[in-house]
Ligand binder design. Structure first.
Ligand code: 13P
Length: 229
C-alpha cells in the first residue's frame, strides 16, 4: 500500500521537521512493501532522510526563470526532490489550472523523470448524475496525459469528499477504481476524508493501492496509525 500525506497549506518548516522526526520513529515497524510519501508546503522542503519519499505539492514547469511566486526544478533539485503532485482539484478549482496547463506540467515533469502522482476527481453535481457521468468526467482529466508513463501513480479524489469528513462509500470507491483500472493500469490511490477510522475499510477495497490523505495526515500520530493499520 501507498500512504501519502498532503499537508496542503499547513505546517511550517519547523513543525514539518518535528513531524518527520516523530513519523520516522512511529513507522519504524511498517511493512517493507508499504511506501510512505510526504508533501509538505514548499517552504518546508528539505533533505529529509528516512524510509519515505518527500515530494512537492506543485512546481512550475521550468528549470528556473521569471515566474514570480513559483518554484522550478532548480529549487527542487536543491533537496533532491523528484516526486510531484499534479492536477490536484484544489489547484484546478481554486487556482484555476486548466486541463491544458495540467497536461503541460505533466509533460514537463515527465520529461524531467519525476515520479508523478496525478490527481483526478469529480464535483458533487457530476457524482449525482451517476457512475457513467463520473467516469466520463474523470477520463476527460486524462486528456493530454501520457498514462503509460512508467513513473506514474494516479490518485482518485472525489472533490465532495475532500476535507468534508464524508468519504466516498465503499461501493463508490470500488466501482470507480474498477472502471478507471480498465483504462489506466497504474497504482491507484483514493483520497477524500481518509482517516484512521476508515483506513482499513478503504485499503481493503479491490483496486485501491493506497491513499492520499489531507486533514488526517497533519498529525504524525494519526498518519502513522494509518500507515501501520
Ligand atoms: P482530506 O483527507 O482532508 O479529505 O483531503 C484529501 C486530499 O485532498 C489529499 O490530497
Amino acid at each position: 500500500m501507498i500512504y501519502a500525506a498532503n499537508f496542503k497549506t499547513n505546517h511550517t518548516r519547523q513543525t514539518t521537521k518535528n513531524y518527520i522526526e516523530e513519523l520516522k520513529e512511529k513507522i519504524a515497524g511498517k511493512k517493507t512493501e508499504d511506501s510512505v510519501y510526504i508533501f509538505p508546503p514548499s517552504t518546508a522542503l528539505d533533505r529529509f532522510e528516512g524510509d519515505f519519499t518527500v515530494g512537492a505539492q506543485n512546481a512550475y514547469p521550468t528549470q528556473n526563470g521569471a515566474y514570480t511566486g513559483e518554484i522550478g526544478v532548480e529549487q527542487l533539485e536543491e533537496f533532491s526532490i523528484k516526486t510531484i503532485l499534479i492536477g490536484h482539484s484544489e489547484r484546478r478549482e481554486i487556482i484555476g489550472e486548466s486541463q491544458e496547463i495540467v497536461a503541460e506540467k505533466f509533460a514537463y515533469f515527465k520529461e524531467q523523470g519525476f515520479e508523478i502522482i496525478y490527481c483526478i476527481g469529480e464535483p458533487l453535481e457530476v457524482r449525482e448524475q451517476g457512475d457513467e457521468a463520473v467516469i466520463e468526467y474523470l477520463l476527460a482529466q486524462f486528456e493530454g496525459i501520457d498514462t503509460s508513463y512508467d513513473n506514474l501513480i494516479i490518485a482518485y479524489e472525489p472533490i465532495w469528499a475532500i476535507g468534508t469528513g464524508r468519504s466516498a462509500t465503499v461501493e463508490e470507491i470500488a466501482s470507480t477504481h474498477e472502471a478507471l483500472k480498465k483504462t489506466v493500469q497504474k497504482p491507484l490511490l483514493y483520497g477524500g476524508s481518509a482517516k484512521p477510522a476508515n483506513i482499513k475499510e478503504i485499503t481493503s477495497i479491490r483496486g485501491v493501492d493506497g491513499v492520499l490523505v489531507g486533514s488526517a495526515s497533519l498529525d504524525a500520530g494519526s498518519f502513522s496509525e494509518m500507515v501501520l493499520s
